[in-house]
Design a protein around this ligand. Sequence first.
Ligand code: PRP
Ligand code: URA
Length: 209
Amino acid sequence: MHTPVIFDHPLIQHKLTHLRDKNTGTKEFRELISEISGLMCYEATRNLPTQETQVETPIGPAKTKVLAGRKLAVVPILRAGLGMVDGFLDLIPAAKVGHIGLYRDPETHLPVEYYCKLPPDISEREVFVVDPMLATGGSAVDAIHLIKQKGAQSIHFLCIIAAPEGLELLTKTHPDVNVYCAGLDERLNENAYIVPGLGDAGDRIFGTK
Ligand code: PRP
Ligand code: URA
């Protein structure tokens, strides 16, 4: 099993504080989600392979490096995962984007699938699944099952806040997936919301509450 990475970078922690604040409005919330996602993307891509190349600078030849290996795909879990896509694409504009639609049934808290559209060559790509919240872990586990069914072999999961319950389910069910979180919180409440968390991520991104 890969040990989950919990980011302790001061910039990420600072932005996460504002994100949690109930007085942060929709515009700033979206901006913060995007900025944190970019910083997380930067860290989560640290071990991507590179290969040597050469370019001519105005002064002369330079031996330098470019990304090698698999091309990348980012797959947000709808809706809230959409808020993390732009931060990712700002750094990796050539990445393809897939979408998986899941919502949690309000009674059972179990994920219900309503959409799945992935790049056709997903099996050849390094896949970064993004969703701000990992609560029970049901949505992430199901999304990753779907992506594996389509042939993906190398998968990373990035969330902004995780609950211990979700992290345990995800790492036990998909031990091959690299997991990255900006914050690991205390627990879930009786409605399966993360405590203290940040509330409902989708509603705060899209202003639907
Ligand atoms: C939220 C969140 C995750 C899921 C996490 O989505 O964005 O996808 O809940 O919960 P879990 O770990 O217990 O499955 P939600 O179902 O509220 O849908 P939305 O993004 O459309 O608001
Ligand atoms: N989904 C959210 O948006 N927030 C939580 O705390 C749990 C699930």
